[in-house]
Design a protein around this ligand. Structure first.
Ligand SMILES: *Cc1c(COP(=O)(O)O)cnc(C)c1O
Length: 217
């Protein structure tokens, strides 16, 4: 477990970028990790976690939340419309808002519940056909539609293409956010979070660098 090391690297990247200490939220992405590794990070005092599947999070987090106070849970993976109610109930933030139909469902559930997770609009900055997210050219209109539904938009999220240098994607995300008056930038993972912080990330999503490699076997 190298939570301390990652916290130090985040703090150093903040300082080097002239950002305020604590400007960047470290989301520990715990998907697929053995429960004892997640528990160790909780024991070390960390409280902000990310999961990429609603069902997996439902199976794991209610019990941890009973034992550890103040857990904040972020959904970082794609969300199917039929899981939107469960997502509104469990998560404090959703980073994968990318369809009008999904936005409507989330807005309806939030209204029933009287509370809504913070929303990040996912932008497919690499315009990859297989990847989720709105296209950069459609982002402004999509953001406006979400605002018209009263969804609490915190910012934008992206996952750059695996085979490309991420910096131009982080810069593009920052540009779209700035022209839409959005302050949150969810970008940067284990391999590139320092670059993301240099380009304005407010939320980095770090999994394997904290917990170790995921074992999908
Ligand atoms: C798994 C995942 C991460 C964390 O990835 P690492 O490379 O392990 O840091 C971040 N963001 C999303 C959307 C993910 O699915």
């Amino acid at each position: 477990m190298s939570l301390e090391e990652i916290r130090d690297r985040v703090a150093k990247a903040e300082a080097e970028a002239g950002r305020a200490p604590g400007a960047v939220t470290l989301i520990a992405v715990s998907k697929v990790q053995p429960l004892e590794r997640v528990e160790a990070v909780l024991e070390a005092g960390h409280r902000i976690f990310g999961e990429n599947k609603v069902q997996e999070a439902q199976g794991k987090w209610p019990a941890f939340m009973e034992r550890f106070e103040g857990v904040e849970l972020h959904l970082v993976g794609p969300l199917q419309s039929n899981k939107s109610r469960a997502a509104v109930e469990l998560f404090d933030a959703i980073h994968s808002l990318d369809r009008i139909k999904l936005a409507r469902r989330l807005a309806d559930h939030a209204q029933e519940r009287g509370a809504c997770p913070e929303m990040f609009v996912q932008v497919n900055t690499g315009e990859e056909p297989q990847k989720a997210g709105v296209l950069p050219a459609d982002a402004d209109a999509f953001i406006a539609e979400c605002r018209a539904m009263d969804l609490p938009l915190r910012g934008l999220m992206c996952i750059p293409p695996l085979d490309e240098t991420p910096a131009p994607h982080f810069a593009l995300l920052g540009k779209i956010a700035a022209r839409n008056g959005l302050e949150g930038l969810s970008m940067g993972m284990s391999g590139d979070f320092e670059q993301a912080i240099a380009l304005g990330a407010t939320h980095v999503r770090v999994g394997s660098a904290i917990f170790g490699e995921r074992d999908y076997g």
